[in-house]
Design a binder for this molecule. Sequence first.
Ligand SMILES: Cc1ncc(COP(=O)(O)O)c(C=O)c1O
Length: 394
Amino acid sequence: MKIQLMNVQRQHEEYAKEYEEAALSVLRSGRYIGGPEVDAFEKEFAEYQGAKYGISCGNGTDAIILALRALGIGKGDEVITVAWTFFATAESIAAVGAVPVFVDVDPVTYCMDPKLAEAAITRKTKALLPVNFYGNCADLEKIQVIAQKYNLKIIADCAQSTGSRYKGERKKTLGDVSCFSFFPTKNLGASGDGGMILTDDEHIAQVCKALKIHGAGKNGLYSLKYQYELEKKNFPSNIPVGETKYYNYLIGYNSRLDAIQAAILRKKLRHIETFINRRRDNAQFYNEALKNTTYITPMEDKDTYHSYYIYALKHPKANIIKERLNHAGIDCGTYYPIPLHLQGAFKELGYKEGDLPVTEELAKTTFAIPIFPELETEEREYISNMLMSIERNL
Ligand SMILES: Cc1ncc(COP(=O)(O)O)c(C=O)c1O
């Protein structure tokens, strides 16, 4: 048997007719950039997650960059985040000229440890950027208390947590600004790249809308005026003012969600709860099968409705186990093998091995196994049997 860690083809096959018709209708419409599919998807996704405004963009990385820029975060500012995440989380902070400050994660939830985040706050700190890692929920209630105490903003990296809930609500997994990815393997995955920013703040929404399209037009003008107001300066009288796309007011980006992707994502959004239920069912199966073994299964707090983008097991002999699983035809891997504070790209920040012990230990002892919604019963049985047999022979 050969089982992929993530298989997006099966998801396409199941609803191929729906997705392909949606894509075809955009191809035939000639509305490739923006248009009704993009507008409708922004509305529907924001509604699903429980936010007022949805601003689509090119991918999840851009979503974080746009969110940071909309909050006015840039050169010299510090943003507290985790190193136990995908590179893009901290890359985005560095991309706007700010400094990522890494704190360790909670050893049980694998998400930002609020106490450590509070301890890392300095006069330069502008925001906290927790990640709802693997589809679990960061302790946003505690993080919110800290943010309020120090007047900081929360940017939630929700790239892995579409559909997760905290205390029964998807809304409670969000920050002041929340950033989603529709990378094909994600809980809600496009047939290409895609991303979304969610917020309840009309101002942030408008600035994001401006920044994602070259800082132009009506939203750009609004954003620049707002910037002048904040700085209590008079708006310059000698700049060209107009509301079409050729009036540029901010240095922004070109970051748009394709209409074809929006059309496919709208169809997939209708099935998202089925996808998540199946992920959760697979997780429950593994939890049960492995309960009397030395594997540490993911923890799901009573208040959390985990969406299981990734199902990772923890074991001191993870490396040998991964090798043997691969040998048995089961794809598996560590998400992520090199914690961000030790990545070459962040070398100049001066972190060293030993600075974030929980993160570093997780990088050495955890590995993800297939959990995707279309995983078949015989496949998950084969995987759990193989895990048990490997354990017996360690
Ligand atoms: C935690 C996290 N943040 C950010 C991203 C970036 O998303 P994208 O690949 O869509 O740019 C991803 C996914 O790839 C992710 O897993």
